[in-house]
Design a protein. Structure first.
Length: 216
């Protein structure tokens, strides 16, 4: 994917900041969830759950959520088929069955999903990715999707009930968590410390195609 250096887009004489939000619906009451996204003028929710249903939080099942968001003048778009984190293809898995995010990022379908997000921003939509995990650090929206968005110059902000956390802040948390496992001198790898940390987080949270456990 082409790396974009600047963090603004010029469109018909206007400068549009290249921002995108993420949020986890968790067990929030639906009205509270709506209030959270309205606080940030979000007008488009992009659902990145591979399976957009939950027996624990049925208010967030795809069809009902779409209707509820529409009543609040918020567009719902399902993109879990492009940007989700559940795969069964052995070519996309680590030997232990966990999904390898680096292999997923190479997929044309995944790259098409990223392109659609970028296009949406260019068109002026204020987008938030949505998954189920309350904590972005534990979710593929941070370790799989936001990593790539950041690389192409999009500023990612993660919504929590009481704050906004930047991708950069979560990356600092990432480095701190895996500090003792990172090869800072590059004696055994050609990957940067942050790249190593992303891989380590991937292995800790990813969906496991064998056990059917993990992210989402």
């Amino acid at each position: 994917m082409k790396t974009i250096i600047y963090d603004i887009i010029t469109k018909k004489g206007f400068c549009i900041l290249k921002n995108i939000f993420t949020i986890g619906h968790s067990t929030h009451e639906i009205d509270y969830f709506i209030s959270l996204i309205k606080q940030h003028q979000i007008n488009t929710i992009v659902d990145v759950r591979s399976i957009p249903y939950s027996k624990f939080t049925p208010n967030y099942n795809k069809e009902g959520l779409k209707l509820y968001l529409k009543k609040n003048n918020i567009q719902y778009i399902f993109m879990g088929d492009l940007l989700g984190a559940r795969y069964e293809d052995k070519n996309l898995l680590f030997p232990d069955g966990k999904v390898n995010f680096k292999e997923v990022q190479k997929l044309k379908s995944f790259q098409d999903g990223i392109t659609r997000l970028e296009k949406g921003i260019r068109m002026g939509y204020n987008i938030s990715l949505m998954c189920s995990e309350k904590e972005a650090f534990d979710c593929h929206r941070f370790g799989l999707i936001s990593e790539i968005l950041t690389k192409i110059g999009i500023n990612v902000k993660h919504i929590y009930p009481d704050k906004i956390v930047s991708q950069e802040e979560l990356e600092k948390q990432l480095i701190k968590k895996y500090d003792k496992k990172i090869d800072y001198l590059g004696l055994e790898t050609d990957k940067t410390p942050i790249e190593q940390a992303y891989i380590l987080r991937n292995k800790d949270i990813a969906y496991n195609a064998i056990t059917k456990e993990g992210d989402e």
